[in-house]
Design a protein around this ligand. Structure first.
Ligand SMILES: [Cu+2]
Length: 252
């Protein structure tokens, strides 16, 4: 029975992955800007105290799915994909992971690039270097469409004197202006593939929370107007399944 369920899951996942691939000129490596306060922050490789390897399988499970760390500890999290489909490990609060999971369902083609997550191709390994600064719980999940709902999730328990909940925090990152434009910071301009990576605030018209994403551009000339590090305002739309920047200008 268990085997049958697992096989069904694999079949569903393969279907979902194919569906996503049809839509998609996207890849994915993201998280939310505000996540960092609650769950810790991107760690310094020189301060890594321990390496923890987490296996990701097509049975939609992480192994181990429960990890204990000390408060303040910097961990090198190796995500090993032993499956035949793409998986990812995303750190976040449960609320953020659920929210992000919904966004992924609506936009399977979205392409992220944040420090709190790594997307790993079948048979490969990836890593996240993360410092767990707050005592409490930090959740992790695979947000490839269907995987979280199939139970691909886990918990990091961060030991400390005060067991404060990781979920009690305010969400006030770089919030978008009331107007149509979204605030952002350019992370990368990819001339060859005509793509642009932007760490952005909430994109209201796309119902997209703040995170770092890779966009296509409507007009190639936009690529030469900005460079990594620039603060910008931009508009983005969904066109034929892809996220496309339709206007971009330097922030005043
Ligand atoms: Cu997965």
């Amino acid at each position: 029975m268990k085997t049958i369920n697992t096989l069904k899951l694999i079949a569903i996942c393969v279907m979902l992955t194919r569906a996503a691939a049809v839509f998609a000129s996207g890849n994915h490596a993201g998280g939310h800007a505000h996540t960092e306060d609650a769950i810790g922050k991107a760690g310094d490789a020189a301060k890594v105290s321990r390496t923890v390897t987490v296996d990701m399988s097509d049975a939609m499970r992480f192994n181990p799915s429960s990890i204990s760390v000390k408060q303040g500890e910097t961990i090198r999290l190796i995500a090993k994909n032993s499956g035949a489909i793409k998986h990812e490990l995303v750190l976040g609060t449960e609320k953020e992971l659920k929210e992000h999971n919904e966004v992924m369902k609506k936009n399977p083609e979205m392409e992220h690039a944040d420090a709190n997550m790594v997307t790993v191709a079948p048979g490969k390994t990836g890593e996240i270097i993360w410092q767990f600064t707050k005592a409490g719980k930090v959740n992790f999940a695979c947000l490839q469409p269907g995987h979280y709902d199939a139970g691909m999730k886990g918990i990091v328990t961060v030991g400390g004197s005060s067991m404060a909940s990781a979920d009690t925090k305010k969400e006030t990152p770089t919030v978008a202006e009331p107007g149509a434009m979204t605030e952002g910071e350019i992370r990368k301009v990819d001339m060859d593939n005509k793509k642009i990576t932007i760490k952005h605030g909430e994109i209201k018209n796309l119902d997209m929370p703040g995170m770092t994403m890779v966009f296509q551009v409507k007009d190639d000339a936009m690529l030469s107007r900005v460079k990594a590090g620039d603060k910008v305002r931009f508009t983005a739309e969904k066109m034929g399944g892809a996220m496309v920047v339709t206007d971009i200008q330097a922030s005043p």
